[in-house]
Design a protein around this ligand. Structure first.
Ligand SMILES: [Cu+2]
Length: 196
């Protein structure tokens, strides 16, 4: 009897481990318009990216940004040390999507796991921020330029938010997209380099 119970416990433990491993390998999402750093790594446009090239959907970190969430300087990696290459400013050399201040734009997410969602928030850097330094809260405008409440609904596999690019911007900037998941303690982070 003892042996049977022991085997059942081991069986459950193994099932639990494999479930978690599958979840982390296939879950989540990233932005591809404007294209994010993680997607530039995944499609081979940018090399020397490390592990993120295999799983651009996995930039997951604590939610509650900017009050909580990843630490300053680690925002683009979601605070994941294994994805630290995303925080490297590369001396301002990340490929940048060209935008015109005030234009209409479709901000797009690709999801590999369609988690129930609280909202999506889009932040942009302040004029005069230093593109040679890792991204910090102080470098970002304090309020998102677009917030899309999602009412705990499940998004489709591809989701476009039709919005407006901020006005009064020139030169190089980062758009930080944050996907706040409703039913976990986490969010997903995506930094996109843009040029006005
Ligand atoms: Cu997920």
């Amino acid at each position: 009897m003892r042996i049977k119970i022991g085997a059942a416990v081991v069986g459950l433990a193994v099932a639990g481990v494999s479930f978690l491993a599958t979840g982390s390998a296939t879950s989540h999402g990233y932005t591809d318009s404007p294209i994010s750093r993680q997607k530039l790594c995944a499609n081979g446009t940018v090399t020397g990216c490390g592990n993120i090239q295999w799983e651009p959907q996995s930039v997951e970190g604590p939610k509650g940004f900017p009050g909580a969430g990843p630490a300053d300087g680690k925002i683009c990696s979601g605070g994941n040390g294994t994805f630290a290459q995303l925080d490297d400013p590369r001396n301002g050399a990340w490929p940048a999507t060209k935008l015109t201040a005030g234009q209409g734009y479709g901000f797009r997410w690709q999801f590999t796991a369609r988690h129930a969602t609280s909202d999506f928030r889009y932040y942009i850097t302040k004029n005069g921020w230093d593109s040679s330094k890792p991204l910090t809260r102080a470098a970002l405008e304090s309020q998102p330029f677009m917030t899309v409440p999602y009412g705990n609904q499940q998004p489709p596999a591809t989701l476009t938010h039709q919005g407006t690019v901020p006005t009064q911007k020139s030169g190089r900037h980062i758009i930080l997209a944050v996907w706040n998941v409703a039913d976990t303690t986490n969010a997903f982070y995506a930094c996109s380099d843009v040029q006005f």
